[in-house]
Ligand binder design. Structure first.
Ligand code: F6P
Ligand code: MG
Length: 443
């Protein structure tokens, strides 16, 4: 008999992180989104005349209604827009209803946290979609821009680092190449500290030197499977030949701003070192969890780099735009990434995306939300194996680089979680600790 699957994290557990998020942090994020719309009233007037102002009013009224539903634990209601994923969202709601059984309806404080948190971002998107003149407005873009500009010094340092590396990568022996890989991989890991959702969209940028602090951060990596990841890449480079000339790495992006730059630098390194021959990025197709990267953010970032008044940055911008044009970098934004499903549902719900990921030599998932979706955001015992918690999601060898910002963690040694709790009560949610976890279909 299959082992039982633990319950989903949920705000119904009073005092839990999910409860505090639904009670305090989500209303704050929503209130800030409403305020942002208010502040842009004159921009809407300038661009769309009175129609723009009317759209702003209507959107604010829809978001205020949403805020009220959230605060008063009203039932989750179906979406009314007509986007490509509307049907899937509404079917998901029906399934939640069946799971609850009886007369109870899915609601903010009763349903799985993962579901209602994703739903809030989809409802924000719906409110804008229903008001066409301003529907492409991203209520979170100001914060994403700020995070980019506030991390300027750190961005210069890592752009300069990759520029220097590209000049002498050919002279590095295997050991040196590995050293550089380990460094940039960890920079990308810690880049995940910079997300705006955890801070309810308040400032959260990278101000210290991201390369200097790696040694002091090492003790905070609770699980470190980096050697297995290196082996996969080094092996694919060693065995590359005319019959298998390609090595594809997929990066499932998380936040825009500093984290995105760390991911692009890593992607650049994988190509110049020959560890990969093509990189596929996967971003969100709607504004998501405050700071997640959309295609607009991705393009904006490349443009900013290109136009920067710093040689290292602008060279990166030019090179990376060329990488997109020449097709060694490919950008995808499948709607599945902004559905509420656990990843074990991907093969059934998004078979094309699953098949696409199966072509990869290595998939790199970034961030806390991806970890929650990989493990189903459930109350797993800390010592359950990562492979088990994935519940059949094994498209290709993959890893996750994540700083801990929510209370789900698997794959720890017996007693490790308890020890951490004794030193740091909030160890799971403050972004101080991190994991690099690896899985392969044959494990
Ligand atoms: O509640 C904290 C939170 O909003 C989580 O919902 C989410 O997992 C995380 O922050 C976002 O982090 P990341 O950008 O690393 O996915
Ligand atoms: Mg994020």
């Amino acid at each position: 008999m299959a082992a039982p699957v633990p319950q989903s994290l949920s705000a119904k557990f009073v005092g839990s992180f999910a409860y505090l998020t639904v009670k305090d942090r989500l209303p704050l994020i929503l209130t800030r989104a409403i305020d942002t719309l208010h502040r842009h009233k004159y921009l809407f007037l300038e661009h769309h005349g009175e129609e723009g102002v009317e759209a702003e009013k209507q959107t604010i009224s829809l978001l205020s209604k949403l805020l009220n539903e959230l605060k008063t634990d009203k039932p989750v209601i179906p979406l009314t827009d007509k986007l490509c994923d509307t049907e899937q969202w509404n079917q998901y709601l029906e399934r939640q209803q069946v799971l609850m059984g009886g007369d109870e309806k899915p609601s903010w404080f009763k349903s799985p946290w993962l579901y209602v948190e994703c739903y809030m971002y989809r409802r924000i998107h719906e409110a804008l979609q229903l008001n066409p003149p301003i529907s492409s407005f991203d209520v979170f873009s100001e914060g994403k821009f700020k995070s980019f500009f506030d991390s300027q010094k750190a961005i210069i340092l890592i752009c300069t680092c990759i520029q220097d590396l590209s000049k002498n990568v050919e002279n590095l022996d295997d050991g040196q190449l590995k050293e550089e890989f380990l460094k940039l991989f960890q920079v990308s890991l810690w880049g995940n500290r910079c997300d705006l959702s955890i801070s309810s969209s308040e400032d959260n940028s990278q101000t210290s030197n991201p390369l200097d602090c790696l040694d002091s951060l090492k003790p905070f990596i609770l699980i470190d499977d980096i050697e297995s990841i290196w082996s996969i890449l080094a092996n694919s480079k060693r065995t590359r030949n005319d019959t298998t000339p390609k090595a594809r790495v997929d990066i499932i992006l998380d936040n825009a701003g500093f984290e995105l730059i760390t991911d692009l630098v890593l992607a650049d390194f994988l190509l110049i070192s020959g560890l990969a021959t093509e990189i596929h990025f996967h971003g969100k197709n709607i504004p998501w969890f405050v700071s997640d990267s959309t295609y607009t953010d991705f393009k904006w970032t490349l443009r900013q780099l290109k136009a920067a008044n710093h040689m290292g940055m602008s060279k990166c911008g030019v090179k990376w735009e060329d990488s997109i044009k020449s097709g060694v970098w490919v950008y995808h934004d499948d709607p599945f990434w902004t559905l509420p499903h656990e990843f074990c549902d991907m093969q059934q719900e998004a078979p094309n995306l699953y098949a696409e990921l199966q072509k990869s030599n290595l998939i790199i998932f970034k961030g806390d939300l991806n970890y929650r979706k990989l493990t189903g955001d459930r109350q797993w015992e800390f010592t359950v194996s990562f492979h088990h918690a994935l519940r059949g999601f094994h498209p290709a060898p993959f890893c996750i680089l994540r700083t801990l910002k929510s209370d789900v963690q698997v794959g720890l040694k017996p007693g490790q979680g308890e020890e951490l709790k004794a030193t740091d009560v909030d160890w799971m949610t403050i972004g101080k600790y991190a994991v690099i976890q690896f899985d392969t279909p044959s494990m």
